[in-house]
Design a protein around this ligand. Structure first.
Ligand code: 7TS
Length: 405
């Protein structure tokens, strides 16, 4: 049911670029959307178009019910104990900023430390840098090795009673590294620290169980799990979310307001001020149902096969060097070529109808670590096939003929 059999459900795949059928290998940036998600979003605007949580009329009740059903779907998707622990946010970036700005400002001070890894996306570096600056806390960074794997000895060495939060990428968007998160979480908890996992690149590719992981916060973006842009989920343990101050003030997040004092609503409303991305939340619900319907364990297997195949085929190209060679990898392969800049590679591949990403992938410290300005990255999704990889490899051979005849 994966690969070729799914392609008909993704209308964006049914087009030609420069006279070639589209090969979409930029799923790490965003995934294409299946018909069911597009129809789900359209049906909100076409039929159930109303604001949520405030209307007595039928349309508002329908919109509210559908949004809250999507929250229950998120609870199932993550195996969260309670639906109210799943907060709708704008995406991974907003989820991390929310925790940094609420939990962080309330709990960090001079002498405290936040530990991240050297393979983080900018969205898991900058918010912590900002909150450390504001609170006097210190940002620590656990090293990675030449394969792009976390150096566990360094992680252990940098964990101490000063560490209040470990905020780590689950699967690296630049290297594909899958971090040993179970061990990282256990060690962090032993040291008395909380753990936030950036699941932007794990949630699309494997089952996630926040209870089995015993993780305190988990964030992911809707648009990378075949859902719409502008929506995502922050999961947090209820006791932690309850104790955190609100993020934005406004409608829907209050219990009572006077000019002297405001009391706040309970979860999840406390963190959802203002009119939310209603159609986005509902579309994300449909996307999570879609992925669970495919069985995420099978998705993981399918993409692992593509990764193995791509690795083998790319390694047969002279002058191609893969960046990110850790043992445990998922979802993507990054590489540089001796004979062409990644941006030129990306542009030429586009002429062949092949979409990849070239750049620093919002992970400049990773590029610095590997002393490259950028990499080319092919990232996989449920609809990709071995033929897509064959097309990529044959187009790379054409690039080689242009640059290194
Ligand atoms: N964390 C990781 C690991 C990511 O890969 C991304 C986006 C983000 C956070 C931010 O997600 P957002 O939805 O809030 O923007 N990564 C990429 C990428 O690799 N190419 O384009 C976006």
């Amino acid at each position: 049911m994966l690969g070729e059999a799914l392609r008909g459900q993704f209308p964006a795949l049914n087009q030609e670029i420069g006279g070639h059928p589209l090969v979409y290998l930029d799923n790490g940036a965003t995934t294409l959307k299946p018909d069911c998600v597009i129809e789900s979003i359209t049906s909100v605007y076409a039929r159930d178009c109303a604001n949520v949580h405030r209307g007595v009329h039928t349309l508002s009740q329908r919109a509210t019910q559908r949004q809250e059903e999507a929250r229950v779907t998120a609870q199932r998707f993550l195996n969260a104990p309670e639906a109210r622990e799943c907060i709708f946010v704008r995406g991974t970036t907003e989820g991390i900023n929310l925790v940094a700005n609420t939990w962080g400002r309330a709990n960090l001070g001079p002498g405290d430390e936040v530990l991240i890894t050297a393979m983080e996306h900018h969205s898991n570096i900058v918010p912590w840098q900002m909150v450390c600056k504001a609170t006097g806390a210190t940002l620590q960074v656990a090293d990675i090795d030449d394969d792009g794997a976390l150096v566990m000895d360094d992680y252990r060495a940098k964990l101490s009673s000063k560490t209040k939060m470990v905020s780590a990428i689950h699967v690296s968007n630049a290297l594909g590294t899958v971090n040993p998160v179970e061990e990282m979480i256990r060690l962090a908890h032993d040291a008395g620290a909380l753990v936030l996992l950036d699941g932007a690149q794990s949630a699309p590719h494997q089952p996630v169980d926040v209870q089995a992981l015993d993780v305190d916060f988990f964030v992911f973006s809707g648009h990378k799990v075949y859902g719409p842009t502008g929506v995502g989920i922050l999961y947090g343990r209820e006791s932690l979310l309850d104790a955190m101050p609100p993020w934005e003030g406004g409608g829907d997040m209050i219990r009572t307001v006077t000019f002297e004092e405001t009391t706040y609503a309970g979860l999840p409303s406390k963190f959802e001020a203002g009119t939310p991305n209603i159609a986005g939340a509902i579309g994300l619900g449909t996307a999570m149902e879609f992925l669970m319907g495919l069985d995420l364990a099978k998705v993981a297997e399918h993409e692992a096969d593509l990764l193995r195949y791509a690795t083998e085929r790319l390694d047969s190209i002279d002058g191609l060097r893969r960046i990110g060679t850790a043992e445990d990898r998922a979802g993507l392969v990054g590489f540089v070529l001796d004979w062409a800049h990644p941006h030129d590679v990306g542009t030429i591949l586009d002429h062949e109808g092949i979409a990849i990403r070239a750049g620093h992938h919002c992970a400049q410290p990773v590029m610095d670590r590997f002393q490259v300005p950028a990499t080319a990255r092919a990232s996989f999704g449920v609809y990709n096939t071995r033929e897509d990889i064959d097309r990529l490899v044959s187009a790379l051979h054409s690039v080689k003929e242009i640059f290194a005849p």
